[in-house]
Design a binder for this molecule. Structure first.
Ligand SMILES: NC(=O)c1ccc[n+]([C@@H]2O[C@H](COP(=O)([O-])OP(=O)(O)OC[C@H]3O[C@@H](n4cnc5c(N)ncnc54)[C@H](OP(=O)(O)O)[C@@H]3O)[C@@H](O)[C@H]2O)c1
Length: 249
């Protein structure tokens, strides 16, 4: 039986990668789904692939006005939100000497500020039995070189996963965190670096992972289904690594 029948799910950053795979799975499991992205072409492409019963909205999570408009549009179409997957994020990796204030602000504005205010603005649409899932990263709890600002954003997300879980549990809203390891998504292609460099990074990551392979977005989506559905009805403030063993081994 479908696990999300009758539920409304909002997935930020659902145009590609982990968010897109999750949108497909949640739809298959009976949810009404809304997704966002900031790039208009990718929003359009995702809308076409997911079909018209999914609501695809262009919304830049680093802009508060966009988040407010997003809340209004989702309310108009679905009336409420049962599941919020706060997933929209970017990754940029440089040594400390090359970190500029712009690099710092871009990562924090998208990965932390955007995620935080999305939760704040969507909260009024959520009620008892709501589920909020944050997308952090194994990078938030490891020390990997050239990832200082990205990893700091993800450490902040992990922290929010705990504080907001405590704050929202009395309202009947469960907050949990997923922390993926290296997953094959377009995120690395959006770095503006050569394919050969991306391949070299992937090889290095592969060797660090106990399972010796890069994960697929669908392997993260199944964990999200667990957190979104009643299967995790007594799970609050948890962080689940979907990382082939990278964090623990
Ligand atoms: N892939 C990995 O190895 C990995 C590992 C750990 C954690 N993660 C996390 O997983 C999340 C999803 O990443 P992914 O790997 O699936 O990469 P992805 O395919 O690039 O997906 C990122 C999504 O976020 C959206 N997004 C980016 N900036 C945005 C903004 N300012 N406003 C609204 N949407 C925005 C993208 O939309 P546009 O295309 O329109 O920009 C896209 O839909 C991120 O938070 C990432 O940090 C990824």
């Amino acid at each position: 039986m479908a696990k999300l029948t009758g539920k409304v799910a909002l997935i930020t950053g659902g145009t590609t990668g982990i968010g897109y795979a999750t949108a497909e799975l949640f739809k298959k499991e009976g949810a009404q789904v809304a997704i966002t992205g900031q790039n208009p072409e990718r929003v359009k492409a995702a809308q076409e692939r997911l079909g018209k019963e999914v609501l695809a909205i262009q919304s830049d999570t680093s802009k508060i006005q966009d988040i407010e408009t997003l809340a209004t549009k989702v309310k108009e179409r679905f009336g409420r939100v049962d599941i919020l997957f706060a997933n929209a994020g970017i990754g940029k990796f440089v040594p400390i000497e090359q970190v500029t204030p712009e690099h710092f602000d871009e990562l924090f504005d998208t990965n932390v500020r955007g995620l935080f205010f999305t939760i704040q603005k969507i909260l009024p649409l959520m009620g008892k039995n709501g589920s909020i899932i944050l997308n952090a990263s194994v990078a938030g709890s490891k020390g990997m070189e050239s990832t200082s600002v990205y990893s700091a954003t993800k450490a902040a997300v992990r922290s929010l996963g705990r504080t907001l879980a405590a704050e929202l549990a009395p309202k009947g809203i469960r907050v949990n965190t997923v922390s993926p390891g290296p997953i094959e998504t377009p995120i690395f292609g959006k770095l503006g670096i050569e394919k050969s460099q991306i391949d070299a990074m992937a090889k290095e990551m592969e060797s660090m992972v106990a399972l010796k392979r890069i994960g697929q977005p669908e392997e993260v989506a199944t964990t999200l289904l667990f957190f979104a559905s009643n299967d995790s009805s007594y799970v609050v403030g948890a962080e689940l690594y979907v990382d082939g063993g990278l964090a623990a081994l």
